[in-house]
Design a protein around this ligand. Structure first.
Ligand code: G
Ligand code: G
Ligand code: MN
Ligand code: NA
Length: 256
């Protein structure tokens, strides 16, 4: 594969970098930043920035996601630890864990090692796991989820609602959070059916003891709707795009 060769070179040449997108809690009068989600970017030697949507699937297939994922975790922790130390804010970190990474038996210990290294509390770390990682090898996945819970990190099911998990199945899993896919928000609040679907998922998640992050909030009307129905947290271009880490401290000051 051409892309495979390019990715190997890109790792060597350190062409990857991380951006961070804020996640906001809606509990207060104003949205308050609670987490930052690390998102990988690839700047090629030609200067173009390639979306992870294009290269993560290849990295996943080829196994390159393992060294890449290791770099992502180390890099994200480095920036996160500095942010927490410099700002004095207990802002959390969310990291995307691909299915292949999730099945890597050494991952729980390595995550625990990073937390220890920087003296960061495990409860501030959220691992975003996709439905396919959890439901394709359910028994094995359950063991892995338990190992992570033993460390004390939070577990979030990313892109919820567009794959083949069901709210019922979630009942048996030690998850902390659902991240509702942005596809659900496109016609909210204009479509009363779509709005009803979102509020039903949020209500059901609450019954299951899960907190909710709704993705893809791009308009004030969407924000207003979610506030009204008591949604915990949101993420989206309206309040914050993926940005370099330098963009985060000003948002924390505003949160005080
Ligand atoms: O950031 P953007 O919207 O371009 O991301 C596109 C896709 O790539 C999303 O599904 C996102 O979850 C995934 N992605 C972004 N960064 C990472 C990462 O660091 N690790 C993994 N496994 N997936 C990522
Ligand atoms: O699958 P995951 O949730 O990890 O994907 C994260 C990606 O979603 C980010 O890379 C970001 O670019 C994208 N994203 C975040 N907020 C919005 C939004 O409000 N609108 C759109 N279209 N994409 C968003
Ligand atoms: Mn995510
Ligand atoms: Na998502």
């Amino acid at each position: 594969f051409k892309l495979d060769v390019q990715l190997r070179k890109a790792i060597k040449k350190q062409e990857f970098f991380l951006q961070f997108q804020p996640i906001f809690s809606l509990g207060k009068q104003q949205p308050v930043i609670c987490n930052i989600e690390a998102l990988i970017r690839w700047k090629t030697n030609k200067g173009e920035v390639v979306s992870p949507a294009e290269f993560i699937p290849y990295a996943e297939q080829s196994g390159l996601i393992l060294p890449m994922g290791e770099w992502i975790i180390a890099e994200a922790f480095k920036h996160w630890a500095k942010l927490v130390k410099d700002s004095g804010h207990e802002v959390g970190l969310s990291i995307n864990i691909s299915p292949r990474q999730f099945r890597d038996h050494s991952l729980p210990l390595r995550i625990a090692g990073q937390l220890q290294r920087y003296h960061l509390p495990a409860r501030l770390l959220t691992l975003e796991i996709t439905e396919s990682a959890v439901f394709e090898h359910e028994e094995q996945a359950l063991e892995t989820l338990k190992q992570f819970k033993a460390i004390g990190v939070r577990l979030s099911l990313d892109d919820f609602g567009v794959g083949n998990s069901s709210l019922f199945k979630l009942k048996h899993l030690p998850l902390d959070e659902l991240k509702i896919d942005r596809a659900f928000m496109i016609d909210v609040p204009e479509s009363s059916a779509d709005s009803e679907i979102v509020s039903t998922i949020i209500k059901t998640a609450g019954i299951l003891g899960l907190s909710v992050v709704v993705e893809g909030i791009e308009t004030e009307a969407q924000l207003e709707f979610l506030r009204k129905i008591g949604c915990d947290c949101i993420q989206g271009f309206l309040l914050g795009r993926p940005m370099d880490i330098q963009g985060i401290p000003p948002l924390l000051v505003a949160a005080k």
